[in-house]
Structures are given as C-alpha cells and as structure tokens.
Design a protein around this ligand. Sequence first.
Ligand code: PLP
Length: 444
Amino acid sequence: MTTQSLPSTTRSEALFARAKAVTPGGVNSPVRAFKSVGGTPRFIREAHGAYLTDVDGNRLLDYIGSWGPMILGHDHLAVREAVAAALTRGTSFGAPSEGEVRLAETVTRLTGVDRVRFVNSGTEATMSALRLARGFTGRKYIVKFRGNYHGHADGLLVEAGSGLMTNTEGTLGQAAPSSAGVPEEYARLTLVSEYNDPAALDVLLAERGHEIAAVIFEPVVGNAGVLIPTPEFLAALHRVRDRGALLIVDEVMTGFRLSLRGATGLLGLTPDLTCWGKIIGGGLPVGAYGGRADVMDFVSPQGPVYQAGTLSGNPLAMAAGLATLEVLEGDPGIYTRLEAYTAELAAGLKAAAQRAGVPLSVNQIGSMLTAFHQDAPEGAIRTYTDAARSDTRAFAAWFQQMLAQGVCWAPSQFESIFVSAAHTGAELNATLDAAHTAYAYLGG
Ligand code: PLP
C-alpha cells in the first residue's frame, strides 16, 4: 500500500544545508536533526494551537509540543498577552523583580515545596540540585537510573549497559560516560542502577549508601520512551533517606503535566528536592529547583552552595510561566481532558496496529505516551532494556508515513509525545486516520 504524494520540503532542505555549514549537525539540540528516523527536519515558521507550519507552508499536527512545555498549545492567548505586557517593561533587569516572587509563590503553593530557585533550563536545575545535595550532605556520590535523562551536565551523562552494572573494578553501580568529553573521574561519582528494579537499588544502597549524597530519578520516564514506575520501586526510592541521602525527583518533563502537583502529587512521592523546567517557563527558557527550607537555605547567598545566573528570573520567562500555571490552575478539568484524549489515542493506535498485524505496545499516563514497536504485553515495558527491544526501523517507517500525512510525532522511538489542551476530537480523528494508513503501509 502507498500513501499520498509527499509534501514539498524544498525550503526546509535549503535551510538545513545552510544550518549544517554553520551549526554542528545543523541543529541546536541533537534529536531535532531526525538522525534516528532519517530525512530532513522541518524548519518551523510559526505555531498556533495544536499545529506547526513549516517554511514550505505545510501544516503539521504537533505531538512534540516543544518537547513538553506547550501544554496549553502554541501561542496561547493568555501567555502571549502576559509576555507582550512584560515586554513593554523591559527584557532583563539583572535585579529582582515582582514576577519572580509571584511565580515562586505560585510554585511553592501548588507543589508544597518551601523554597524555589529559578534557573534557565532543566539541565541547570538538576545540576544545581545535585551540587546542593552534595553541599548539604557532605557526600560525593549520586545515583541515577539507566535510561533516565536529566540534561547534559557532565555527571549526569552517564548510563550503564547491563554489563556495566558491575564495572571492571567490581564496584557496584559504576558506569561509563555516555558522551565523549566527560572525564571518567566525573563519571565515577555517578552510580547507575536499573529503573523499576527495587532489589538492585536496595543492594546498591546497602553497599554504598553511606557515601551517597542523592538519588535522582524521573518519576515517570519520558526519555527512554514512557516508562511507568512500579509501587515497589517508588517505595525503594523512599528508603534512600534511611541512608542519609536526599531524594531528588526530576519533574522537568512531568511537572505541571501529569497534574498540578506533577508526578509527585499523582504518585504520592515525598522527595527532598524537586527539579522543574519546560511548562514552568510556558515555552520560554526556565528551569527551577526547590524543596525543604533546611536544604534550600544552603543555596547562596543564604548558604555556602554557589549557584547564579545572569538571566535567571528573566521577566519575560516569569510572565510566560506564571500565565501558563494560572491557566492550568483555573481550569480544573484540564488534566482529565488531556488524559481522556491521550487514552483514546493509545486505544486507537493499538487497534489500528492490531488490524494491520503490526506489533505495538503502548505506555501512556496522563498526556504522555510512547507507542513501542514491539510485541510486548500491555504494561510489560518497564525498563530501558525492555524499551530497547523495539523495532526502531519499523518506528522510523511509521514516523515518515505519519509526517507525510501531516502528523508530527516525536522523531525517535525512545521519546514521549505530548498532548496539549489544543488537541480536540478533530485532531484525534485525524491522527487515528493517519495512523490507520501508516500501520496498513507497515503491515504490507
Ligand atoms: N530532565 C528531564 C526529565 C528532561 O526530560 C530534560 C529535557 O528533556 C532535562 C532534565 C533537561 O532539560 P533542558 O533540556 O531544559 O536542559
């Protein structure tokens, strides 16, 4: 079976060629380059509601949502008006302003943390939270989980293949850097355990617990595709505190997405520190970390842990974040609607794949979803190793079929897609029609 004629991408191709001459790989963040699915990334001219328009004039139904921030859809009126109003007052002061206080008050009230510090990205949030945890505990080691992504700070660009769970020195949990340029000495301070494996975490804590400053984790993983934590794993995570380590929940992706209290609220977590990004900035560059007063008061100038930022608390970003949180808080049905759409999408994708005889296993929670191209029972994909069994070539072919029909899915098998409040029944139907055609193509 073939699909309709391909849309023109001449201008995107020309821009990509120019970009490659002046920017590594032609992009400012790797996954945008379409390397794992092939083809030319679309260069976007503008975005409104649930749709992107590329420079060739193609209208694309967007499931990337700028990788999470655009929960209200693109160019939401309240956010646009808040940014426009802030713009008339100046773009950066390098001094405190009321917007920072208002956003901090809103975040602390909604999430229950005592104090919050704003930074400029999720990477800065996790990096700063780890420095704080080390400063507070006086310990060096941190624990992360395989397949969890916490931004690109050196000590967090570490993952473990299963053979690396015990390294050559026989040291439990130690792993190799996953990027060139990360010294082994840094990586050595990061211990890696398997997500959703409480026994492995217990063993690691029993052996190394006294040296561990913090355990950082994605409460629902988005960065290996969606992985949902088991209650047993969450219980094991909370035991890290018995060892004097801090529990850091990385809500950069899930914060204000899975509920107004994020995954923390949804799953009943009690972390010591929380990291945010994405939605908290309403589409402008913002991150944040926060938590208990006694820990947060270790941050300078109150305490001895240094952390700063020229543009931190930027007035435009504070306005966009505040407007976004106000809309979310003012619409009590919004999370139910997002969940309902995404659950219907999950069911529709599974049905379409099944009709075409294409193996598919969908993990979905709230407005996050990954359709893994593999024959696993419902809910059985729980770890990075499970996710990695997916047929990435089948995914790439499916992705291209969807794109040709004007549906822009995340360009990697190992990412979540993000549904926004601008996605309605019309978008759902269009997506499932396209998916039906795409699976039929795959099923031959
Ligand atoms: N933490 C998580 C869970 C993320 O998903 C990301 C980015 O996708 C980050 C941290 C890093 O955030 P940023 O890209 O804003 O640096």
